[in-house]
Write a protein that binds this ligand. Structure first.
Ligand code: ADP
Length: 551
């Protein structure tokens, strides 16, 4: 027998309708690429999204068409999030930090019809336009006075359309169409650290359910009383779903645009009284350094979610102890929309000492309802949740990928002995008896020494806790006897003269002796990828020939 409740579809348009109607006056502040601070609100974004949807329909956009963006976090990008998905087309967010060849590859693979870009990214548009035959129009996300001068003198150059002109010419009235909630809504490509990037195609249903899950108190825990500044870019896994979650709760929003340096971020945090933020660890390094150098504190900022790569415990402690900011360590991936786990204490942890509580909070955390996970051995057999056994991490749930766009890479799922399908994350971890996940490594970064595994994240965290270390990576170096051994790659803090011996001594008593790196090399900088993660494959290439003292 079927239930007798309404079959209202979980559509992304319902989020902007909700925010426009119930949080209409709540502000959306953007630092624009034009250089100024722009103020709008949820009602205006709702109205302009509808106008933009009409403009897209007039441009011939059909359900299922891919409309791409190459843009920073800002209100126009938010309008595109709602206008494109709202009419059943697919928002394809392109990461501008990729090489133009990769941008062109992705745009062609996605068969993008239209590309909307921020003025800053005009050079990318110009570099790739001729190589993107499916793209019918390029739209610069600005007003006429900021458009490039007429380019008739250079006839081969791109002649973009003007965003504000498109909007001005479109009717403001629109009733969002209703369709199946399983319809595709947006497309993000994984960073392709192994092979070509693969497209993850989210649906309206997965995005709305993820927004519900993310807003929950033990996940991001954001509410209408918050002022949220998403540092994580809207071109990286939909800014961890925040454009949807923020509408769902109707909070104030602050978009940082292109200015992600410590000074610019700090100004926005303070001027706009930001309470909540989200970003990868590397971004917080810049902000923390800037604040320490100037002796600044936060007046309103109270909580941030950090993920995308392991958040060093030293960073959790600094933000907590020195700046009064609660860190929610989170784990996930593009294939998971991205949230899988978030780390918050349970009631039974409240009587523990602060130190024991912090040790729990350093883990990647507990699954959010909707996601299920398990760890398995190389034969696919379940491993115990004892906080010690580590194995391949598998996940499932309504916002977890089941296949890549255009079936790239074949069927990614594995089926367990009970006939249940799981997505193998490529991560390795432990799960403790309380259900808290700790990521040991990505399987391709794990160091295989004498038949045993050494997790690089633990070793990096210890190095990062040294007061003179600015950044640290641990990579596997081939070894004639042990197969692989760990090499510590360190960026010293300014003026530091910390030595190899100091750093190796720093490991004593903190880990099994055989986990200690065999050597230390000092570098000016560690290469970061397009989403701010350390490029360990590149480091492995650089140091492939490194002669370990024990080899
Ligand atoms: P890509 O796989 O394209 O680099 P993602 O941004 O989706 O893109 O990265 C997901 C990966 O990032 C995870 O599989 C995991 O290895 C790593 N990761 C994410 N969050 C954490 C975390 N909190 N701790 C450790 N690793 C993390």
């Amino acid at each position: 027998m079927q239930g007798l409740m309404m079959g209202t579809q979980l559509l992304i348009s319902t989020l902007i309708e909700h925010a426009g109607r119930h949080a209409g006056e709540t502000e959306i502040v953007s630092r624009r690429v034009e250089g100024d601070i722009h103020r709008t609100n949820w009602r205006e974004v709702q109205q302009r999204s509808k106008q933009l949807a009409n403009a897209l329909l007039a441009m011939g956009v059909k359900p299922g068409d891919r409309v791409a963006t190459i843009a920073w976090n800002g209100y126009r990008h938010l309008e595109l999030y709602y206008a494109v998905s709202g009419i059943g087309a697919i928002l394809h967010t392109i990461n501008p930090r990729l090489h133009p060849d990769q941008v062109a590859w992705i745009a062609n693979h996605a068969e993008d019809r239209h590309v909307f870009f921020d003025a800053t990214f005009l050079p990318i548009a110009q570099a790739v336009a001729a190589r993107c035959p499916t793209v019918k129009s390029w739209v610069q996300m600005t007003a006429r006075d900021r458009m490039p001068a007429a380019q008739s003198a250079t006839p081969t150059a791109l002649e973009p359309l003007c965003y504000e002109e498109l909007l001005a010419a479109a009717a403001p009235q629109l009733v969002w169409p209703s369709f199946d909630e399983n319809t595709a809504s947006s497309l993000c490509y994984t960073s392709g650290t192994t092979g070509n990037p693969k497209g993850v195609l989210y649906s309206h249903r997965s995005s709305v359910l993820h927004a519900f899950g993310a807003a929950m108190p033990d996940a991001m825990g954001v509410s209408a009383s918050d002022c949220v500044l998403p540092v994580v870019p809207m071109f990286h896994v939909n800014a961890w779903g925040l454009p949807y979650t923020m509408a769902l709760v109707g909070c104030k929003v602050v978009f940082p645009g292109a200015a992600l340096d410590g000074k610019s971020l700090y100004e926005l945090f303070e001027n706009e009284k930001v309470t909540f933020s989200a970003g990868v660890p590397t971004v917080w390094l810049g902000l923390i350094n800037y604040m320490k150098q100037n002796g600044y504190t936060f007046s309103s900022f109270r909580k941030t979610i950090i993920g995308g790569s392991a958040c060093p415990p030293a960073m959790i402690r600094t933000l907590n102890d020195d700046f009064g900011v609660e860190v929610i360590h989170a784990w996930g991936m593009s294939e998971m929309s991205p949230l899988g786990t978030t780390c918050k204490l349970a009631n039974r942890h409240l009587t523990l000492s602060k130190d024991l509580q912090l040790r729990i909070l350093e883990k990647q955390g507990h699954v959010i309802y909707g996601v299920d996970m398990k760890i398995v051995d190389p034969d696919g057999k379940d491993l115990p949740w004892d906080g010690v056994a580590f194995g391949d991490l598998l996940v499932r749930g309504p916002w977890v990928v089941r296949a890549y766009f255009k079936s790239e890479g074949g069927d990614p799922l594995v089926i367990d002995a009970d006939g249940i399908s799981w997505f193998p994350t490529g991560d390795v971890g432990t799960i403790d008896p309380d259900g808290y996940l700790q990521i040991t490594d990505r399987s391709k970064d794990v160091i295989k020494s004498g038949g045993e595994w050494i997790g690089s994240i633990d070793l990096e965290n210890i190095a990062m806790a040294h007061p003179e270390v600015a950044m640290a990576a641990v990579i596997a170096i081939p070894h004639p006897k042990w197969d692989e051994r760990p090499l510590l790659v360190v960026v010293r803090k300014a003026d530091s003269t910390v030595s190899r011996e100091d750093l190796l001594a720093h490991y004593e008593g903190k880990i099994a002796k055989w986990w200690t790196p065999d050597d230390v090399v000092f570098v000016e900088a560690i290469p970061l990828g397009a989403t701010g993660k350390m490029l360990k494959a590149k480091l492995r290439d650089t140091f492939r020939g490194h002669k370990l003292p024990t080899a």
